[in-house]
Design a protein around this ligand. Sequence first.
Ligand code: CP3
Length: 344
Amino acid sequence: MTGPSRKIVDVLEGKTVTPPPIWLMRQAGRYLPEYRETRAKAGSFLDLCYSPEHAVEVTLQPIRRYGFDAAILFSDILVIPDALKRNVRFVQGEGPQMDPIDVQGIEQLKTDGVVDHLAPVIETVRRLRRELPQETTLLGFCGAPWTVATYMIAGHGTPDQAPARLFAYRHPTVFARLLDFLADVSAEYLIAQIDAGADAVQIFDSWAGVLGEREFEAFAVRPVARTIRAVRAARPGARIIAFAKGAGMNLKSYRQQTDANAIGLDWSVPLSFAAELQKEGPVQGNLDPMRVVTGGRSLEEGIDAILQKLGHGPLIFNLGHGITPEADPAHVTDLVRRVREFTA
Ligand code: CP3
């Protein structure tokens, strides 16, 4: 690459950048009036995901407003089940829904046509790399096999993913096949994103926290390690952030076993433990998104605690999970300013 270096790429390669670069999970979303405006024009949520024109626009909105160090492709982790013909739909106020998959459905899953179905998303990545400022890192992403499987099995979101846990205990072999299948399809999808211009990719395991110790190893670590291995075999040096929400103590071995460049930390990870994890490599996180709703002192205190504990090593400043629709856009301006005022 010629021109200015991309700070998040530098951190992913192990450098400490001061002040730390920043982006926010779900930075394009309903808390922004300009997002709501484009969303209304685009039709359904999936129409927005599959429209390169509108998806590029909403990806760029938070970059224009805040100058984040990374843009994240606008799409959803559930475009994979959609490409697998699970009839995915997003019902206003009810979250995502799809046809629940059963044993027979899993046995019949085929990779044919999946990446073709996702061609508009790949086109969005291609256009974004052309339109973004040189210095802005472009992130692609996918859901981790476990998290995507939880929605495929239940057919909708649940508070604790009990349907997927039950299915996994009842049908261990078939469930393992589903995870392997999703790991391989996800690798293909991430490779296409990288080829289209993504500088790095993030794997979201939002439901890792409901797993017991053995299940974390089998359902979270192993499939993500399989995806990362496949991506790196095809694209050596591919940069990957792995975010296992609620993984707690399990994060100790997570980076080592998955070989991710950086690990994402949710807000429940104690900063002293986060500092230990950072000795082994870059970390990303972990401000409580509720502090962006409240703003003021609570926002400043949360930011300062993270910078004090993690600001002297390889850190990508982020929230501990996605920003919520209730967040005040002005608080995000305050957040970015305060992080950028940090001096080592
Ligand atoms: O971060 C970004 O700005 C990029 C876009 C992005 C979205 N979803 C857009 C979205 C990303 C990276 C995701 C990931 C995603 N999607 C995850 C993993 C991260 C996490 O938040 O845990 C999960 C579990 C999903 C599944 C999903 N998509 C749910 C449960 C919902 C409904 C909940 C909600 O907030 O409404 C979605 C919908 C969704 N995905 C929206 C956005 C902006 C809101 C839909 C709308 O605009 O109407």
